[in-house]
Ligand binder design. Structure first.
Ligand code: UD1
Length: 347
């Protein structure tokens, strides 16, 4: 039987690479498009090592409309697209908003155009809990109001969802699912792929593991006078492999189910909130490492607390997070150690 072919943009990135593994494990044929702006081509070898299959790979920037169109002409058998390729650092987006608006929105528009021209109708979008801004009530449900975003990064996700919603309403054949991720952390159990930001990490967990392994001197905890039990921000940290699996379910739903709404969106989190200090304590426990950290100023663009109500994803998608925060932190630590001691040496 011929396999369904799926385009994964940003497929060598952190969430993208884990999703490619899960898609291949579920019998999909994958082609990755990535401009390697925040990832390493060696990830393709590692995906092959894990899943026994090598995804096709093309290196170009989706902001290039012509290359995007040419790509779809060449791969006319693509059945669905999972779109990860975007910038994602909250703090950087505050300092350089145009970089974020340009990259995240132009790439999406080019992609939707090219899909429409080639009758590719199924789209899964990598969205974020950031679309809720700072919600008044927690946990946040899919029907919680969309508040003002706290950062240009957050706006790009809000506007992207709007662009996708309008595109699906204007074109009967288009169907899309936005997955609103909470905070993905952790790595594949093989320790062959994980979060590997180029340069200094913006996100908490890679900063923790790089500090523990001695690459960074000290972790800064951004503020301890928030209105939370220990004063540090609260997030819903979800294992990246659990998150990756939600994309396989979304793709199957789009391909198999004709009765779903044109545009659907789901919270993809664990339903549990943890503070920054709780994450640090859990990391110290599972890794048996003492972490050097200090409390510093708040980071601009951060929301105080957010965690998901996942009932809708549980009942409607049939998806549920299975791994714990300890599993995720241990896998992140194993990945950091394996990468620094083995993979990096083989560069
Ligand atoms: C944000 C988005 C999330 C998105 C992610 C992409 C919100 C609410 N969440 O996550 O949906 O997937 O960007 O990057 O907008 N921290 C420190 N020290 C550090 C780094 C982080 O204390 O060196 C703290 C932050 O203040 C925050 C928490 O750790 O409270 C998590 O931060 P981070 O990992 O950067 O993710 P978010 O900004 O929450």
């Amino acid at each position: 039987m011929q396999k369904n072919k799926v385009l994964v943009t940003g497929g060598t990135g952190y969430i993208g690479s884990h999703t490619v593994v899960e898609l291949q494990n579920n019998g999909f044929e994958v082609v990755i498009v990535d401009n390697l702006s925040n990832s390493d081509i060696k990830v393709v070898d590692r995906i092959q090592k894990i899943s026994g299959k090598r995804p096709a790979f093309e290196n170009f920037d989706l902001c290039d409309a012509k290359k995007t169109k040419d790509f779809f002409k060449k791969h006319s058998d693509i059945k669905a697209v999972v779109h990860f390729a975007a910038y994602k650092a909250v703090g950087e987006s505050v300092l350089n908003p145009l970089k974020y608006y340009h990259n995240n929105l132009v790439a999406l528009i080019n992609l939707l155009h090219a899909m429409g021209e080639n009758n590719v109708s199924n789209f899964v979008f990598s969205s974020s809990c950031t679309v809720y801004g700072q919600p008044d009530e927690l946990p946040v449900t899919e029907s919680s109001p969309i508040k003002e975003a706290n950062s240009p990064y957050g706006y790009t996700k809000q506007v992207s969802e709007k662009i996708i919603r309008d595109t699906t309403s204007a074109n009967n054949f288009f169907k899309a699912i936005a997955l609103r991720y909470f905070n993905p952390i952790g790595a594949h159990e093989s320790a062959l792929i994980g979060e590997l930001p180029l340069g200094v990490p913006n996100n908490l967990v890679p900063f923790i593991t790089q500090t523990a392994i001695g690459l960074r001197e000290q972790l800064s905890v951004f503020g301890n006078d928030y209105n939370t039990p220990d004063g540090t921000c609260i997030r819903d940290y979800i294992h990246v492999v659990d998150l990756a699996k939600s994309h396989v379910i979304a793709i199957k739903r789009l391909l198999q189910n004709n009765n779903i709404k044109d545009f659907e969106f789901f919270n993809i989190g664990t339903g549990k909130g943890n503070s920054v200090l709780e994450v640090i304590n859990a990391f110290e426990k599972v890794s048996e490492q003492k972490l050097n950290y200090k409390i510093t100023n708040k980071r601009e663009g951060d929301v105080e607390k957010i965690y998901a109500d996942t009932k809708y994803a549980n009942s409607e998608l049939g998806w549920k997070a299975e791994k714990t925060i300890d599993d995720a932190l241990l896998s992140a630590w194993n990945w950091e150690m394996y990468y620094r001691n083995n993979l990096e040496n083989k560069k």
